[in-house]
Design a protein around this ligand. Structure first.
Ligand SMILES: Nc1ncnc2c1ncn2[C@@H]1O[C@H](COP(=O)(O)OP(=O)(O)OP(=O)(O)O)[C@@H](O)[C@H]1O
Ligand SMILES: [Mg+2]
Length: 413
């Protein structure tokens, strides 16, 4: 820390002996300047601003009062504290000095201790005042600069919020595109498989016809297979068309979402039926436990996508390498919420997997048919579209249970 600069004192007196005395009192710890007339004092002040003036009242020419008046009239010199040094204790003179703006009086003959104490008091007061003033000015400058900073921060915040909204819209669209291609894979894959099975059966049928060995029962069986195949293709292709329609709608930003009243058990049944070609290739079982009279007013398409993903995941991940998988799909009403539980008795997940499973592109089957988008889509659909939430519990070796809570009646947007 710098030592404080020495205070500057100006001693004004026409008597050199008085100046001498005061000089002796203050020479230590102060810079003492001297003037022997009022004019000299004013000239000094026009060049250097003293921290305090000890001013003799009675002087030839310009007296102390006149000097004081002039200093108080100048903007630069107005605040210099002035202590009058008077020869006699005259109350009238003191009153006049006070009116002129003096801060104190000292009477001659000078008592060193008293004059030192009074000057010290005034100097301390002045220094403190100046510090407070500086603090105030600093404070104002700091508040001003902080305000500017804050204004700039606010502006850039608003800008990034706009950018964010924009990029969110873009992200929603690209998630949507990813989601649609993902979801289209299932119904189109199912349809293709059913079509090729039907093609095989038709070839066999044609051979039988050609050989002339066809029996009535062959024809009946073929008719039954063809009916089932066309019905499966119909429902799968319908799903594909529906997805495309949905996508078209969202992409065109038509906020009116496709909601309707439906029986939950029926919708889940339709989905399982549509998935049955792939599911039938495995020995696992699906058990549905949904009250047939549970009616919802929501978006069956989105709910369907959620169920498809969970069923596919159970078959693909949970039941991998097993032959006794059981997937239970249950639903019940709890107040105005529907509680949908999808539970498997499969491999389960480690806490690490569990913590990441909703992240887009997290998959333990990357490069083996998994994109890692399924669960991100599920969460997005449940949270945003269906206004609900997904919870998951899983124990390695014991299986996984998804609990989905959604309003039975979707609130209006
Ligand atoms: N029922 C389940 N049992 C065990 N692990 C699961 C189950 N469901 C999901 N997982 C794990 O969570 C990961 C993420 O699932 P998600 O559906 O997001 O991706 P994916 O199935 O790998 O790929 P896709 O995008 O084709 O669905 C899976 O790779 C798997 O490790
Ligand atoms: Mg999946």
């Amino acid at each position: 820390m710098h030592p404080l600069p020495k205070p500057i004192l100006l001693v004004v007196d026409d008597q050199p002996i008085n100046i001498q005395t005061l000089y002796q009192v203050f020479k230590d710890g102060h810079e003492v300047f001297m003037a022997t007339s009022g004019e000299q004092a004013l000239k000094f002040c026009s060049e250097t601003l003293p921290d305090l003036i000890l001013l003799d009242v009675i002087m030839p020419g310009m007296d102390g009062h006149a000097v004081c008046k002039q200093l108080k009239a100048g903007a630069r010199t107005r605040d210099i504290p002035i202590i009058f040094v008077t020869a006699h204790n005259d109350p009238q003179e003191e009153t006049m000095g006070l009116e002129l703006g003096a801060v104190d009086f000292i009477s001659k003959p000078i008592n060193a201790a008293v004059v030192r104490a009074r000057v010290h008091a005034q100097l301390t007061l002045r220094r403190t005042l100046r510090e407070v003033q500086e603090l105030n000015e600093n404070l104002e400058a700091r508040v001003a600069s902080r305000t500017t900073e804050l204004e700039q921060a606010l502006e850039s915040l608003q800008q990034s919020r706009d950018e964010l909204a924009h990029s969110e819209a873009k992200a929603t669209l690209s998630t949507m595109i990813a989601s649609v291609s993902h979801e289209l894979g299932t119904p189109l894959g199912n349809s293709k498989m059913v079509a090729s099975t039907l093609a095989d059966q038709t070839r066999t049928m044609a051979q039988l016809l050609q050989s002339g060995q066809i029996k009535r029962s062959d024809l009946d069986r073929y008719m039954e297979q063809a009916r089932e195949a066309t019905s499966l293709m119909e429902s799968n292709l319908q799903r594909a068309v529906k997805l495309l329609e949905n996508f078209h709608q969202v992409a065109a930003d038509q906020a009116s979402e496709q909601r309707r009243s439906f029986h939950l058990a029926a919708v889940v049944g339709e989905i399982l039926h549509a998935l049955s070609p792939s599911l039938k290739r495995h020995p696992h079982r699906v058990v549905v436990d949904i009250a047939p009279d549970l009616v919802m007013d929501s978006q069956p398409g989105s709910l369907g996508q959620v169920v498809i993903n969970l069923v596919n995941n159970a078959y693909l991940h949970a039941f991998e390498g097993r032959s006794d998988g059981v997937l239970t799909i249950g639903a019940q009403l709890e107040g105005d919420q529907v509680l949908l539980r999808v539970a498997d008795n499969g491999v389960g997940m480690t806490p690490q997997q569990l913590g990441k499973m909703f992240e887009p592109f997290f998959s333990t089957k990357i490069g083996r048919g998994g994109t890692g988008l399924g669960m991100a889509i599920v969460q997005n659909l449940v949270n945003k579209t269906l206004h609900g939430r997904v919870d998951v519990e899983s124990t390695p070796g014991q299986g996984t249970c998804f609990t989905i809570r959604i309003p039975r009646v979707l609130p209006n947007a």
